[in-house]
Design a protein around this ligand. Structure first.
Ligand code: DX5
Ligand code: ZN
Length: 223
């Protein structure tokens, strides 16, 4: 299993966004987590296509676009066209989840499904063979800097078990409240795509990334 730290630019300093993305690339990071919020599926509004299009011109990172948007099917083409490499949609936000996943695939990008903390992993059992990643929210979607929900650890274990039973080898991504204390819990439970926003961008980014990598390294070596 390949491990990736996926910094969420929601916590970046937008006045220096390009520079901060260069810092991430300079540290050898490959994934960039991009949180799009519509003010409807979640209370807050973040940013959309113009921002992604402009950072795409300067960055070779893998753009992991997390859509916290009602009926995301409407925007799949647009996000693919502005540079997404992977599009994640919320199971709770789609009228027809299966068709939305199909649209993402038709657009030629990777497809992932996200689940809110209260949504059971069993809800997407039937689609596991059609997706490239499963995102388990470890906070309520909508804002950076929240506290990790403890029950998430068991949910990750349950999802890992379900994937094994189904014979599906896709990574589990976790998103929300990841820091030095919670990272070991999610890694031990079986997550391998680790989103972190406030932890990475708060203070000295290089120091923060090094601390995360130190904790992740034993898992990367074991993989
Ligand atoms: C929350 C977003 C997260 C958020 C994580 O709705 O999906 O990606 O940026 O932020 P932290 O790591 O600060 O909890
Ligand atoms: Zn996210």
């Amino acid at each position: 299993m390949e491990y990736q730290l996926c910094p969420s630019i929601l916590s970046a300093d937008f006045n220096r966004l390009g520079e901060q993305i260069q810092t991430l690339e300079g540290q050898g990071l490959k994934w960039l987590h991009i949180d799009v919020m519509d003010g409807d599926f979640v209370p807050s509004i973040s940013f959309g296509m113009p921002l992604i299009r402009s950072i795409r011109r300067e960055s070779k990172m893998f753009f992991d676009v997390h859509l916290m948007v009602t009926e995301p099917e409407r925007y799949i083409q647009d996000f693919a066209a502005c540079g997404a490499d992977s599009i994640t949609v919320h199971a709770e936000a789609c009228e027809d989840l299966e068709r939305t996943v199909e649209r993402i695939r038709d657009a030629g990008v990777k497809a992932a499904i996200a689940l809110k903390p209260a949504t059971s992993v069993m809800e997407v059992n039937y689609l596991l063979h059609d997706i490239d990643m499963l995102l388990l929210m470890t906070v309520h979607p909508g804002f950076g800097g929240q506290k990790y929900i403890e029950d998430s650890t068991d949910k990750i274990i349950q999802a890992r078990q379900m994937l094994k039973e189904e014979g599906v080898e896709i990574p589990i991504q976790v998103d929300g409240g990841i820091n030095e204390q919670t990272l070991p819990l999610v890694l031990e439970a079986g997550a391998s795509r680790i989103v972190a926003g406030s932890y990475v961008f708060g203070g000295d980014m290089i120091e923060n990334i090094k601390k995360i990598q130190e904790i992740m390294d034993p898992y990367v070596d074991r993989a």
